[in-house]
Design a protein around this ligand. Structure first.
Ligand SMILES: Cc1cc2nc3c(=O)[nH]c(=O)nc-3n(C[C@H](O)[C@H](O)[C@H](O)COP(=O)(O)OP(=O)(O)OC[C@H]3O[C@@H](n4cnc5c(N)ncnc54)[C@H](O)[C@@H]3O)c2cc1C
Length: 396
């Protein structure tokens, strides 16, 4: 079957890989000049399956209110005259009850673990390299009130990652997820795209997708800005934050809204003082990964429409926090800033599977966890398109 995958982010490329493995004739379309150049470009790098928690949790509304007026707040709602934003925010609130939180968290961890296993199998099969580190994720707490029984002491945290000694004065404790990983999502996406091409996947870059043609309840083509329609037997929508804009004219209302985040990348200055184990700074909602000789620090969430401008105040707040915790690790004079739009659903669960059109499939809405969930979602999607029962279910 000929399958057109719309979008060449980490989600579209992993879907293309598993579809090709399932024997389909695959074509990938993207408006950019290559794969992985939008939200998959400079994310936090964590494969955080065991720590895959939804952002909608019981304490989130109060925390968001407290942060509302702070320009450098980790979570910022910039209220706009945008009904889609209000609808999303209300649905997010409905997902903050303890019961919904527990249910969403359990589904995310299940999909995250499945996805991590698929990623490990893919790595073994292809030998691909993307600055991956398989030394777990260490979640660090600087507020004693956040500690839970059984968590690691500061000394135990330092034994896991010696660079943490630099923040010993502030450290209250930590939790360690030894099976989680980290790596450069952009390198992974571009390497996997090359492997896809070598297996016969066709790529059409610089192609802006404008909409679909529908006949007798089926998708019959994709309109593009080039004027040249693209035809396939099945279509996979993997356009990240832009998926709802293309789905709406088809009468499909996807619960996805862009949740902007920032990252800072700097070269390692002193290798002995720089972390290798991927870290999470729970108080400031930052993730810190080691990507070869670079340090990547990412976080913050801003509900502010399709706006990818870089807000220096928010990026400088990230650098300030890193320098407070790890003053010797990186070189802040060579920092690059980046912003991306997470395709966020209120529950944090992605939309993977069929639609009311028998030949249109979704692989989108991966929000804060797209890198973690990519391989599992791609595998599940390929099973569904091929008419096979996936090994696990996903629902949003
Ligand atoms: C600051 C930050 C930190 C993050 N940290 C992590 C992390 O540590 N771990 C983790 O698991 N996840 C993390 N994420 C989330 C993860 O990066 C995303 O969920 C993931 O990249 C989404 O991938 P995607 O392929 O759906 O979207 P994208 O990468 O945005 O891909 C969508 C593609 O669609 C194309 N496109 C859109 N519209 C059109 C159109 N009309 N025509 C043609 N092409 C179009 C775009 O060009 C793009 O290439 C983070 C995100 C951010 C912003």
């Amino acid at each position: 079957m000929k399958v057109a995958v719309l979008g060449a982010g980490v989600i579209g490329i992993t879907a293309a890989w598993y579809l090709r493995q399932a024997g389909h004739d695959v074509q990938v379309l993207d408006r950019r000049e290559g794969p992985g150049l939008e939200t998959s470009f400079a994310n936090g790098g964590q494969i955080s399956a065991d720590h895959a928690g939804p952002w909608a949790k019981p304490d989130a509304p109060l925390q968001a209110l407290k942060w509302m007026l702070r320009e450098d707040a980790p979570l910022l709602f910039r209220l706009r005259a945008d009904p889609a934003q209000w609808r999303w925010a209300l649905a997010f609130l409905r997902n903050c009850t303890p019961a919904r939180y527990r249910e969403n968290a359990a589904k995310l961890v299940r999909l995250g673990r499945y996805s991590r296993a698929q990623l490990q199998a893919l790595r073994k099969e292809t030998g691909m390299q993307y600055d991956q580190v398989s030394r777990g994720i260490l979640v660090l707490y600087t507020d004693r009130r956040s500690l839970q029984p059984g968590m690691k002491t500061p000394e135990e945290c330092i034994a896991i990652e010696p660079a943490v000694a630099a923040m010993q004065q502030q450290l209250a404790g930590g939790s360690y997820l030894p099976d989680d990983e980290s790596g450069d999502a952009y390198k992974f996406t571009s390497e996997l795209a090359k492997l896809c091409a070598a297996k016969g996947v066709k790529f059409d870059f610089d192609v802006h997708i404008k909409g679909f043609t529908v006949e007798n309840g089926k998708i019959t083509g994709v309109h593009t800005a080039t004027g040249r329609p693209v035809k396939a037997d099945a279509y996979v929508l993997a356009l990240g934050s832009y998926s709802p804009l293309l789905a709406r004219p088809l009468g499909i209302d996807l619960p996805i809204y862009p949740l902007k985040g920032y990252s800072v990348t700097m070269p390692v200055r002193n290798p002995a003082a720089a972390w290798t184990v991927s870290l999470s700074d729970e108080a400031h909602k930052l993730v810190l990964s080691r990507l070869g000789d670079r340090l990547r620090i990412a976080g913050t969430a801003e509900l502010n429409g399709y706006n990818t401008e870089i807000n220096k105040v928010r990026c400088e707040a990230i650098v300030k926090r890193v320098m407070e915790l790890f003053p010797e690790a990186g070189d802040p004079s060579k920092t690059s800033y980046w912003a991306g739009l997470r395709p966020a659903t209120p529950s944090n669960l992605p939309c993977v599977g069929g639609t009311k059109y028998p030949n249109l499939f979704l692989d989108t809405g991966h929000g804060t966890l797209g890198w973690t969930l990519a391989c599992g979602s791609g595998r599940i999607l390929a099973d569904i398109v091929s008419g096979r029962r996936p090994e696990i279910d996903v629902d949003s």
